[in-house]
Design a protein. Structure first.
Length: 283
């Protein structure tokens, strides 16, 4: 059982969550990013670029493409993992002051890591999770109402995304991280209405037989535009998510894929407290 974070640390978590959702927050000394001033491209232009993007196989069961609109300050990386070949788990920082995406690839089968949920930084630079975090079946921190509306979790079966109120009890889970908002509601419907600011974003999407990790780099996207891209059918250039959840964004946004001879690195602006790691399953 963990002690309750200090008021200043809890306030940082609230500010970080509000910024990620595009809601104005009180001023703070914590590092934040300013919204990009360049207007974001229309969804139709993003989908057109996506249809034209080359899809490459990084590993059997792992495809990647980059939706690139340089003039509009946008690069969206889409990593698609076959669930028969890859599994998902949550991982904690290796140092009290946080870790970078590369640091989370510690297992022999680990191939990909992306930043996870919101966190707090105390006056000494130590990080702690803002809400529910379950690692290897151990509940590190219980859920908190301000830490996000959704939970990405793994229990007996495959990875799932639930609203916080509907998520299984932590004791029944192998991995879980509370974050949000949920961008695509079950059934592939856009789950938010407010635009939010344009910023670097990361998201995790589930569809039949696949786990999709999406990173909006450069000037990024608003939450609504990201949700629209995730929900759009694959035939139109979208990601075709059945359900999708927003991860921590802004300077926390980071990911890495590491192969035998090359890697794809999307660097972040800060260390993070936890990450989502995908690993090869025994075949």
């Amino acid at each position: 059982m963990t002690s309750r974070p200090s008021h200043s640390r809890r306030r940082f978590a609230l500010v970080a969550a509000l910024i990620a959702m595009g809601i104005a927050a009180p001023s703070t000394s914590a590092q934040t990013t300013k919204p990009a001033e360049k207007p974001e491209p229309d969804l139709a232009l993003i989908l057109e670029s996506s249809r034209a993007a080359e899809n490459s196989e990084l590993l059997p069961g792992l495809d990647h493409r980059t939706i690139a609109l340089p003039a509009d300050g946008l690069a969206v990386h889409v990593f698609a993992f076959d669930t028969s070949r890859f599994g998902l788990r949550t991982v904690e920082q290796h140092a009290e002051t946080g870790s970078r995406a590369l640091d989370f690839l510690a297992g022999p089968g680990d191939v990909f890591a992306i930043n996870g949920g919101f966190f707090e930084r105390d006056d000494d630079g130590r990080l702690s999770p803002s809400g529910l975090l379950v690692v290897d079946g151990v509940t590190v921190v219980m859920e908190h109402e301000r830490a996000g509306s959704g939970v990405l979790h793994v229990g007996v079966g495959a990875a799932s995304i639930s609203y916080r109120a509907d998520a299984p009890a932590p004791g029944a889970l192998k991995s879980a991280v509370q974050v949000g908002p949920i961008l695509v509601d079950p059934g592939g419907k856009v789950g938010i209405r407010s635009q939010g600011v344009r910023d670097r974003r990361s998201a995790l999407c589930l569809r039949h037989g696949a786990i999709i990790a999406v990173v909006a780099d450069s000037d990024g996207l608003s939450l609504l535009r990201l949700a629209e891209l995730l929900a759009a059918p694959t035939g139109d250039g979208g990601v075709g998510c059945d359900i999708a959840i927003n991860l921590d964004g802004g300077p926390s946004t980071q990911a890495i894929w590491r192969g035998d001879t090359r890697e794809i690195v999307i660097p972040g602006g800060s260390t993070v407290q936890n990450a989502i790691v995908l690993s090869k399953l025994p075949q």
